[in-house]
Design a protein around this ligand. Structure first.
Ligand code: GFB
Length: 338
């Protein structure tokens, strides 16, 4: 058991519901909670509890007497999948947020942590992005549906906080990666998608690997376990309705990411960029001053995080599943759904 953190608010007998515990983020939170000795976790797979079903969600909260909720369940996907399925992304994420937040309020959950995303800030927000930039400009079109749904969830927490005094708080994580990510070649985010391509190129002794877009966009990446530590910090000691950015405060170009990826995976061939694929928002790096003032710091560098994620993917057989089926956490079993 880890004993670095002192918990007074989050007691060991509290009933903690981690929604989306099989996905990248929820799984990291479960690992951290268990490492700190929290064993009273309430976990449900998608088959056991469909968060799109309002009546099932209400019955669950009524019967389970939940004290704390980490709301990590969401329909998520990388730039291509997100842009092509915006109706699904807006519908499912609005429903999950509305059902869980409303039931948590009705059945007296003590505290709920909601996850926004750095992609819900305006496309041309001033960098690094401060929390106040939310709703100050037009959104990035490739993820508008997802962003609108996430903004609705975030605002729902804020309004339940203000109107009913519910301690429903939110954080705004940057792009995350790590164990239990979705390694599907087309549906995933850049790190697992690119990792698969570089891994396959190395295995097949290919002379060239293709990276989506121009390579110019800048992104900030946070290892999921660092995020989990931040989520526990917020659950323990932050009660305000205003959201908090969670990231490293540092970004790299996709081109730089590709060269680091080649090093980690051991791919030595040529890297080419396919500008016919969308670049998305030009830059996304968060101002994390507020989060750091709570005593939290990310610990895992990008290169170390990529190594850890690659080791996990190899061990879990994430690349062994054929492309048509996707990888571990392929969309047939959506990554952040319960
Ligand atoms: O990770 P990604 O899909 O997320 O793409 P976004 C980031 C950048 O990497 C884009 C490039 O400029 C892509 O063109 N890229 C290069 C790749 N190779 C690849 C690859 O193999 N796969 C992918 N996916 N990208 C998402 C949003 O935007 O961010 C979501 O669509 C979500 O809403 C997420 O919230 C955090 O940062 O562009």
């Amino acid at each position: 058991m880890t004993s670095l953190k002192v918990f007074s608010r989050l007691t060991h007998d509290a009933r903690i519901f981690v929604a989306g515990h099989r996905g990248l983020v929820g799984n990291a939170i479960v690992r951290r909670l268990k490492a700190y000795g929290f064993d009273n976790l309430v976990l449900r797979t998608h088959a056991e509890l469909d968060l799109l079903d309002q009546s099932a969600v209400r019955t669950f909260f009524k019967e389970e007497d939940i004290d704390y909720v980490f709301l990590c369940a969401a329909k998520v996907g990388g730039i291509l999948h997100n842009s092509l399925h915006q109706a699904d992304f807006i519908y499912e994420n609005v429903m999950i947020s509305a059902n869980v937040i409303q039931a948590a309020a009705t059945y007296d959950v003590q505290k709920l942590l909601y996850l926004g995303s750095s992609c819900i800030y305006p496309k041309h927000a001033t960098q690094p992005i401060v929390e106040e930039a939310l709703l100050s400009g037009a959104l990035e079109p490739t993820n508008e549906g997802y962003a609108i749904a996430k903004i609705a969830g975030l605002k729902m927490c804020e309004k339940f906080h203000q109107q009913y005094g519910k301690c429903f708080v939110s954080v705004m994580p940057t792009n995350m990666y790590g164990p239990n990510d979705n390694f599907h070649p087309d549906h995933s985010h850049v790190i697992p998608g690119m990792m698969r391509r570089f891994h396959e190129a190395r295995e097949n002794r290919a002379s060239q690997v293709v990276v989506w877009g121009t390579g110019a966009p800048r992104r900030e990446f946070l290892y999921a376990d660092d995020f989990a530590e931040a989520a526990l910090t917020v659950m323990e000691c932050y009660d305000k309705p205003e959201t908090l950015n969670v990231g490293t405060g540092e970004d790299v170009t996709i081109r730089e990411l590709a060269y680091t990826m080649a090093k980690v995976v051991g791919y030595k061939g040529e890297i080419v960029f396919d500008a016919s694929k969308p670049d998305g928002t030009p830059r996304k790096v968060l101002d994390v001053t507020k989060m750091k003032s709570l005593g939290w710091e990310p610990r895992i560098s990008l290169e170390i995080g990529l190594k850890l994620a690659y080791e996990w993917a190899l061990k879990a057989g994430a690349f062994d599943i054929v492309a048509a089926e996707g990888g571990v956490n392929a969309p047939s079993a959506p990554p952040l759904r319960p």
